[in-house]
Design a protein around this ligand. Structure first.
Ligand code: KIV
Ligand code: ZN
Length: 510
């Protein structure tokens, strides 16, 4: 029987540290529910000591999926962090405290300015304290790949003896190369097995040299039983090992790897799209496994080969990652039943009757405009609808607008709704979108700066619909907003307000 590799998803912790990937509590819960469908083994839900909002998000995730997925959260090696983790995850069925402390000379000398022995003792004390609260404790030796091996081992040995049940070896700065990292893991594994063979050996690789997936697979080949990864490879700087790549690497090369995972790979594409939609961070078109072109064959030679036998140019089937099953075309005539089917097949709940009618109304409007509605349109539609519906709090909506574009002085007038209030404003700008955004800014009374504006089209149907993605900065944080509409000015206004509403929700959560 092949070895089972534990898949630990840190999209909601390491992934969410990315500038611009700020998620509100409801969005985090939505991602956690999808990770449950994907059948990851452990979800790292956040860093509760970092803010009240993060603490509450971890609690909500525990409430939502903590009965069936193991939940962890991050703590530095200090009591208050460990207590915050404990308090936020204690109701989960299978909770795990995750402690991190550096082992490299740079971390010990520059970050802590203490002796190596003192830092090691901090780690041991932290584990001992965590063990008084929970039986499962993971210890991460931050910057392990740049650490002196004997000090790294001394730390691992000591924290295992103090009670750590999982040892995570991070390549924190993405410095490792596969052969060397595999060797590091093999050496640690050989010693660890002699100390306590029940302790799980784990890896956590960053992608600064584009080697995170390769390093993770090499570590697994050399004895690691657990891999930490993120959806779409999100994470600090160049990101973390991408979950979809690691999992499909193991699946497609199962014989070579000698192991497997419990992940339901047919949920991979859906999970990737959900995370991309909610974070506002696009997946590059040629991204392995989940990029738009991952299964597209354009050259004539390839197409000819594929027609003869798919295996000529395909090492995995699109259906394995949920690509083929996503394909369905609806029209305004498809009716409620077909639409309901599509909503449920995409993994969403149909909702109550009134809510479904409202959603169906939006579908009809889109189908009228676009003629052919694809699964990814339905996906975006449901997400947008749900985020408005589940936020009865005072959020901004675009009521009416008028934009005058000319080469002298473009101007815009807007009317917004916020609860029962109707707010109006106008402004000139350097172009029509700038005028629109200035008019909205004049109304919302929030200091937001536009960082990024992208416009594309959903062009697969007969009639293109504009899709606008924007990023706003407020108080040092970045918020994403997206919208689609036949009218690109309207889409631009709604995308802007969706991001503004992210700021409002975040302020309400603090
Ligand atoms: O990159 C890193 O070292 C981390 C640790 C918290 C595991 O994210
Ligand atoms: Zn990391």
């Amino acid at each position: 029987m092949s070895r089972n590799i534990i898949i630990f998803d840190t999209t909601l912790r390491d992934g969410e540290q990315v500038p611009g990937a700020k998620l509100n509590i409801q969005q985090k819960v939505e991602i956690a529910q999808q990770l449950k469908r994907l059948k990851v083994d452990i979800i790292e839900a956040g860093f509760p000591a970092s803010s009240e909002g993060d603490f509450r998000a971890v609690q909500e995730i525990v409430r939502s999926v903590g009965d069936s997925v193991s939940i962890t959260a991050l703590a530095r090696a200090v009591k208050s962090d460990i207590e915050a983790v404990y308090e936020s995850i204690k109701l989960a069925q299978n909770p795990l405290i995750h402690i991190v402390l550096g082992t490299s000379n740079i971390h010990v000398e520059k970050k802590f300015n203490r002796s190596k022995d003192a830092v090691l003792q901090m780690g041991v004390d932290a584990v001992k304290y965590a063990k008084t609260l929970m039986p499962q404790v993971q210890y991460s030796t931050e910057d392990a790949s740049r650490s002196d091996f004997e000090y790294l081992w001394k730390t691992i040995d000591a924290v295992v003896k103090a009670g750590a049940t999982m040892i995570n070896v991070p390549d924190t700065v993405g410095y490792a190369v596969p052969e060397e990292f595999g060797d590091l893991i093999r050496r640690i594994n050989e010693r660890l097995k002699n100390v306590d063979d029940r302790v799980v050996l784990s890896v956590h690789c960053h992608n600064d040299l584009g080697l995170a997936t390769a390093n993770t697979l090499q570590a697994i080949k050399n004895g690691a039983d657990k891999a930490e990864c993120t959806i779409n490879g999100l994470g600090e700087r160049a990101g973390n090992a991408s979950l979809e790549e690691v999992v499909m690497g193991i699946k497609v090369r199962e014989n070579y790897m000698g192991c497997s995972t419990g992940v339901n790979t047919s949920e991979l594409l859906r999970t990737s799209r959900l995370v991309s939609h909610l974070t506002g961070l696009d997946v590059q078109v040629n991204k392995a496994i989940t990029g738009d072109n991952a299964f597209a064959h354009s050259s004539g030679i390839h197409q000819d080969g594929l027609l003869k036998d798919k295996q000529v140019y395909e090492i995995m089937s699109p259906a394995d990652v949920g690509a083929e099953s996503m394909e369905l075309i609806l029209t305004a005539r498809s009716g409620r039943h077909a639409f309901k089917n599509a909503v449920e097949r995409l993994g969403f709940d149909k909702g109550g009757d009134d809510d479904f009618e409202a959603l169906f109304g939006k579908f009809l409007a889109l189908a009228d405009a676009k003629k052919e509605v694809y699964d990814h349109d339905v996906f975006d539609l449901v997400l947008e609808h749900r985020s408005m519906a589940s936020s009865p709090k005072q959020l901004f909506e675009l009521d009416t607008f008028e934009v005058i574009s000319n080469d002298r002085c473009p101007t815009a007038t807007v009317a917004l709704r916020k609860g029962d209030e109707r707010l109006t404003g106008n402004s000139a700008g350097e172009g029509p979108i700038d005028a629109l955004y200035s008019a909205i800014r004049a109304v919302i009374d929030l200091d937001v700066e536009l960082k990024d504006y992208k416009i594309g089209s959903l062009s697969r149907g007969k009639e293109a619909v504009g899709r606008v993605s924007i990023r706003l900065e407020h108080d040092g944080k970045t918020y994403a907003g997206r919208a689609m509409d036949k009218d690109i000015i309207r889409a631009s206004g709604i995308a802007f307000l969706n991001a503004v509403n992210g700021v409002v929700l975040d302020m309400q959560e603090q």
